[in-house]
Design a protein around this ligand. Sequence first.
Ligand code: ADP
Ligand code: MG
Length: 399
Amino acid sequence: MAEEAATRFWELYGAAPDGVWAAPGRVNLIGEYTDFNDGFVMPLALPHTAVAAVARRTDGRLRLHSAQAQADGCAQSDGRARVEGRQGVVELEAAALRPGAVPGWAAYPAGVVWALREAGHPVGGGADIQLSSTVPTGAGLSSSAALEVVTALALNDLYGLGLTGPELAVLARRAENAFVGVPCGVMDQMASACCASGHLLHLDTRDLTCRQVPFDPAGHALRLLVVDTGVRHALGDGAYAERRAGCEAGARALGVRTLREVPYDTLPEALGRLDDPAVRACVRHVVSENRRVERTMALLDAGDVRAVGAVLSDGHASLRDDLRVSCPELDLVVSSALSAGALGARMTGGGFGGSAVVLAGEDAADTVASAVAGAFAAAGYRAPRIFPAVPSEGARRLL
Ligand code: ADP
Ligand code: MG
């Protein structure tokens, strides 16, 4: 991938890149809708990654190209973002970047340059960037964070900024929140920047404390599958904002800064103090989900990986019934996988489509995958994409 990226860079810009970097997509094992409540999450990096071949410039220009942009139809331009000819290079002025002014995919890498400059880092010389990614887009596997983090890491190295993984993740998240305009939490960028091969990342989103938790499903004769449903329901964005508002209302009513501060054993009492059923549901989900992350970590520490399955399925029930962010396709993945002998399954990511994770015994994994595919066919849904989630390396320099 690194050599391909360097070759593409050469073809595009007529010179060799200064280096090539990679940042992966991620799948979240457990801890959903907790990262904007100062809560816990536990993602792993996927082998699917964004790769960036980059060279530093000195004239303040930023040239961006993505091998996938035209296929996605996301190369666009306005007065400030000029798209050059058939090669689809977006050309911008680093000093002129403003939130909302760069449409389409280029806002993700451009937003990182903007966020670095906003934070006072000297990246104003600009860069030539050639991006390519194997992370499926819009599948809840964080193709957007992969793009941001790979850009941030490359600029960090080329400009000698000396920023740490968590610092880069925070800036990348700021790019997505304030420049692109997507109100995501910090999990995706932290996972892409900080995950380690063969590990889950236990992340406390309150202070970004990380713990690498060894995770080797194959070593326990298990397989973790990702099922990308290929669907994305439109109501997702509004519903996400609504759930965030519900969580904030719950925290206010309970007199805490965030729902993280509500201990699990005080949950019944806390729920008794809330009148609005929607707010109550948000509080119940977040507080119990934080507990499920801690439970998962305890099970992994004890070597009882099989027992994690039931925790995943509990998490799905909470997202489906309390938070109501699932959808028929995700529910079908979970029900068909469990009927076929999976140990546990749940939707992962924001919901309303996207992906699910399924934990199954190695001997049952193929049967489970066929059962899910069969259930989709019988329901008239598009064939899902199913692949094993191999815990892979976080962001790094390749060349
Ligand atoms: P997710 O992060 O779950 O994949 P998002 O909606 O957050 O979904 O991000 C998807 C968007 O990220 C795409 O619509 C596109 O704008 C951008 N993107 C991701 N990967 C690429 C890529 N390889 N090339 C261009 N744009 C990309
Ligand atoms: Mg995203």
